[in-house]
Design a binder for this molecule. Structure first.
Ligand SMILES: Nc1nc2c(ncn2[C@@H]2O[C@H](COP(=O)(O)OP(=O)(O)O)[C@@H](O)[C@H]2O)c(=O)[nH]1
Ligand SMILES: [Mg+2]
Length: 197
């Protein structure tokens, strides 16, 4: 897939603001600071399309990025940021749940997990939840550049065991080196092609 055009199309913080379900959606889920925005920038080949940040918890809305006028990347608010009040966390949770139960055009969820760490309770809840609703999900293990090659397989096994997925299905990714980028673009292409048939 060649990204010819990519733009921030909509910021959504309430259900009523969700765009019409015209186009398929590829959704990014994961903890705050895990690398979701960097993944969107890397896949779309734009350095600053999605704002990346060293301050976790900044993204408070769903960001809809329109790509090639044909699909959306949807960047979900990151979970697991302790400094946010419980009330606000619950509001996010409710919006995310509403999003997943209301949207009919979700082609794929990229569940982003830091390759260095064992998945958190929230990561596991997210994985269970996506499985429960039979939402097509791929686990992307991010920041692979920070893990020596010799340790990657072990980390993959830890993540796979914790989330209950097959280790072979996990894509290791680095926004820094571009590792895993082509593989993910191919997967997205395939999903878009299947959707057109
Ligand atoms: N070394 C390295 N740093 C990364 C990678 N992906 C993201 N980061 C850094 O991690 C921080 C959080 O990234 P961001 O994309 O904003 O995470 P988000 O909160 O999930 O959207 C930023 O400082 C990024 O530069 C990666 O693949 N490798
Ligand atoms: Mg972000």
């Amino acid at each position: 897939m060649k990204v010819k055009k990519a733009e921030l199309s909509k910021l959504v913080s309430a259900r009523k603001d969700l765009p019409a379900e015209r186009l398929p959606e590829i959704v990014l889920a994961g903890r705050s600071n895990v690398g979701k925005s960097s993944l969107i920038n890397s896949l779309s080949g734009r350095r600053n399309l999605a704002r990346t940040s060293n301050t976790p918890g900044k993204t408070r809305a769903l960001h809809f990025y329109l790509v090639n006028d044909s699909f959306y990347f949807v960047d979900l608010p990151g979970y697991g940021y302790a400094k946010v009040s419980r009330a606000l966390q619950q509001k996010w949770g409710a919006l995310i749940e509403e999003f997943f139960s209301a949207r009919k055009k979700i082609l794929l969820v990229l569940l982003v997990i830091d390759l260095r760490h064992e998945p958190s309770v929230e990561d596991k809840e997210m994985a269970d939840w996506l499985r429960h609703f039979s939402i097509n999900t791929i686990v992307v293990a991010s920041k692979a550049d920070k893990v020596p090659r010799g340790k990657r397989n072990r980390q993959k096994l830890v993540i796979a065991g914790s989330l209950g997925v097959e280790p072979e299905g996990i894509i290791t990714f680095s926004a820094k080196t571009g590792e895993g980028r082509e593989q993910l673009l191919r997967i997205i292409d395939d999903e878009l092609a299947k959707n057109r048939c």
